[in-house]
Design a protein around this ligand. Structure first.
Ligand SMILES: [Zn+2]
Ligand SMILES: [Zn+2]
Length: 289
């Protein structure tokens, strides 16, 4: 029994790192560069954790950052918890403002990712992902026995929850804390940080999405970053983008200034509209006299 628990932890960590290092920090944000084989090495465990087409995943995630916590964000809990958690997964086609041919040109160059994308047919793309993820467990079962296959399946399904719960819980301000006052609802949630291999320091991530490191404070354990920096040390990774605390503070400050300017502009518009409507209301009264 203890062996199976240990095996679950190993599978869980492997799949979770596939999402955080492969799908997220490498494909979606290009926060580091590496040889194609290393890229596939990290994308594979994410794919086998039912994450679906890498192009679809990265396109939706890039849209999340571009339109964060607005109606165009594919999964902001501001517009309904269940829609943010899983509702957005049932969309049969890309929303009109998300087009991989525009936003994920870099990934479309890869023939393997293009095949997994199934010409943008989301249901077919999800089906292909499910097929390979289940086939992997069948192969495991035939080679190592069905308990191993079952443990792997449970670990994959558990890891499937990581991005789904992160999308919700790390965008509900009262559930976490902010290191950076960026112009969105993102917060750092400690238990998501641990379960998601460092991705739960989501406010840090939104302060600098292109940075390969998300844990900024001493207690913000970021296993994905430790592995990326180790790969850099042994020359498996060529370029790594890392934002400093000071740079992130600067980004937050700029966003705050923009927000204050926009709020001021809105106030001016509202007060000028109010004064116009005031004169409109007064006018008929004058005419009646
Ligand atoms: Zn986010
Ligand atoms: Zn991101």
């Amino acid at each position: 029994m203890l062996e199976l628990v240990l095996l679950f932890v190993i599978f869980y960590t492997w799949h979770a790192l596939g999402i955080t290092i492969g799908y997220h920090r490498l494909l979606s944000h290009r926060s580091f560069s590496c040889p194609k084989l290393v890229e596939y090495f990290w994308v594979l465990p994410g794919f086998l954790a039912f994450e679906g087409s890498p192009i679809w995943w990265a396109s939706m995630h890039r849209a999340h950052h571009r339109h964060v916590d607005t109606p165009l964000d594919p999964h902001s809990p501001r517009f309904g918890f269940m829609q943010a958690y899983s509702g957005w997964l049932s969309e049969k086609q890309y929303p009109a403002h998300i087009d991989p041919a525009v936003q994920s040109k870099d990934l479309l160059k890869d023939p393997l990712y293009r095949f997994l994308e199934q010409d943008g047919n989301l249901m077919r793309g999800h089906a292909v992902g499910f097929f390979f993820a289940l086939a992997f467990r069948v192969v495991l079962g035939l080679c190592f026995g069905w308990p191993v296959a079952l443990v792997s399946l449970l670990a994959g399904l558990a890891v499937l929850q990581i991005p789904l719960m992160l999308n919700c819980f790390c965008h509900i301000p009262k559930l976490g804390y902010k290191n950076y006052q960026v112009d969105d609802d993102s917060v750092n949630v400690w238990w998501v940080g641990i379960l998601a291999m460092g991705e739960g320091w989501h406010n840090n991530h939104h302060a600098s999405p292109g940075s390969a490191r998300t844990g900024m404070r001493l207690w913000e354990f970021d296993l994905s970053w430790l592995i990326i920096s180790f790969m850099k040390k042994i020359n498996l990774v060529q370029r790594v983008n890392v934002a400093s605390h000071r740079q992130m503070l600067k980004v937050a400050k700029i966003q705050q200034k923009k927000k204050a300017a926009a709020a001021m502009e809105l106030n001016v518009k509202v007060s000028s509209m109010a004064s116009q409507s005031g004169s409109f209301v007064k006018q008929p009264a004058v005419m009646q006299r």
